[in-house]
Write a protein that binds this ligand. Structure first.
Ligand code: ZN
Length: 212
């Protein structure tokens, strides 16, 4: 059984959404210096690195990240590679022959290359899902959609895609890294930190290649 880590490493200096907190790790106890143990204080936004959005992110009365149904976050997932796509819209999704009954859809784009290049700059021109694509996802019964940049929605127009997905109870997983991962069917495990009352949370996401 091969386990493939599709999470980004969270570290200081890592790109964050403009206006979100900068990631900081501060050593507050160090072995030998003043303590028997190492202890780090971490500062980060809920949408740092690989993370999930809960409905509360865009919906005033939406539920928080701890209320997301765990059954959505674990199970069979389809990874599709759309290397030539500049946007993910309904027309593109129509051409991909995504089998009926697909519940978890992971979309690999050229964004993944940015992570392999160890990119430290925030890119505004990342490949994202437009609202027509989000509506396609709702209409086709998908329950989780994973993307390889820090938002499912295009920069400068984040509302429509998030509203469409979150109102329908679809879980967006953002900031995945599919670099070096082949398209195909996998078993996904993607569990967010249990941050009570938060509208999102970092997650460790892995794919299990059931054929290996
Ligand atoms: Zn987010």
């Amino acid at each position: 059984m091969a386990i493939i880590d599709i999470s980004l490493g969270i570290k200081p200096g890592f790109p964050v959404w403009p206006g979100h907190p900068v990631i900081r790790f501060t050593s507050i106890q160090q072995i030998g210096k003043d303590s028997k143990a190492n202890v780090t204080q971490i500062e980060l936004g809920a949408h740092s690195g690989t993370h999930l959005d809960a409905p509360l992110h865009f919906l005033k009365d939406g539920f928080d990240v701890t209320a997301i149904d765990l059954e959505i976050l674990v199970g069979s997932a389809l990874l599709i590679d759309v290397a030539n796509a500049e946007v993910i819209d309904a027309d593109l999704l129509d051409t991909l022959s995504i089998p009926k009954g697909t519940e978890r859809l992971l979309i690999k784009t050229t964004n993944s290359q940015l992570w392999s290049e160890n990119e430290i700059v925030f890119h505004k021109d990342f490949v994202a899902i437009e609202d027509s694509g989000a509506r396609w996802i709702v209409e086709h019964g998908i329950r989780l959609v994973g993307v390889d940049y820090l938002s499912v929605a295009p920069y400068g127009n984040t509302g429509p895609t998030h509203y469409t997905l979150l109102r329908a109870g679809i879980v967006p997983v953002e900031g995945l890294n599919f670099d070096g991962v082949q398209e195909g069917r996998y078993h996904l495990i993607c569990l967010p930190i249990k941050l009570e009352g938060c509208e999102g949370a970092p997650a460790r996401a892995v794919l299990i290649d059931v054929d290996k």
